[in-house]
Design a protein around this ligand. Structure first.
Ligand code: HEC
Length: 173
């Protein structure tokens, strides 16, 4: 009885051993097949390539002034260009660009917003003259009005709207 048990145990262990051997063999077989086939796809996956690029990106680089290659280097994507800004209203332009001189008390001889005495003779020249003087600059009797109030970034229409706003403030009072 003892010998039979021993015999059964030996052959049982032999079968188990063979099965383990087959399992390990299949594992390595699958691995080597995957190496040759799947690795190719993994390495060409854009996400993997991006991750590698990110890891091996140089920390810094020397750029001489005027070096055009700077423009070609991978830069973090610039924020999408915003469309043309919505034009400012006359009042907004006044508060941003004209206020500095035209608010009371009136700097450098600038006619004060809403002051009928100072604006009367100017309005009498006609709105077109005022628009042109605001756009192109104007040296008058009381001082110097810089072109567009020194804000060349304003559009002509914005400056004209500001002139209208200023004239309206006189007429409202
Ligand atoms: C740096 C000061 C300054 C700023 C800023 C300024 N102005 Fe003037 N502005 C003047 C002065 C000074 C005069 C008066 C010139 C004169 O009559 O001798 C004047 C005059 C004017 C006149 C009257 C022109 C005329 O023919 O009598 C208008 C209109 C005018 N400014 C519009 C504007 C507008 C619109 C802005 C803003 C976009 C602006 N100004 C910003 C100084 C300024």
């Amino acid at each position: 009885m003892r010998d039979q048990d021993q015999q059964f145990f030996d052959s049982f262990m032999l079968v188990i051993g063979i099965l383990i051997g087959v399992a390990v063999g299949l594992f390595f077989l699958a691995r080597s097949i995957a190496m040759d086939t799947q690795n190719e796809y993994v390495m060409s996956d854009p996400r993997v390539l991006a991750a590698i690029d990110e890891r091996i990106r140089p920390v810094g680089r020397v750029v001489l002034s005027g070096d055009e290659s700077l423009a070609a280097s991978p830069q973090p994507a610039a924020p999408a260009p915003t469309g043309p800004a919505t034009p400012l209203t006359g009042e907004q332009v006044f508060n941003q660009a004209c206020f500095a001189c035209h608010a009371p008390p009136g700097i450098g001889g600038a006619p004060v917003l809403g002051d009928a005495d100072q604006w009367g003779s100017r309005i009498a020249k006609g709105i077109e003259v005022l628009e042109q003087n605001a756009l192109n600059g104007f040296q008058g009797d009381t001082g110097f009005m810089p072109a567009k109030g020194g804000r060349p970034d304003l559009s002509d229409q914005e400056v004209i709207d500001a002139v209208h706003y200023m004239v309206e403030q006189v007429q409202a009072n």
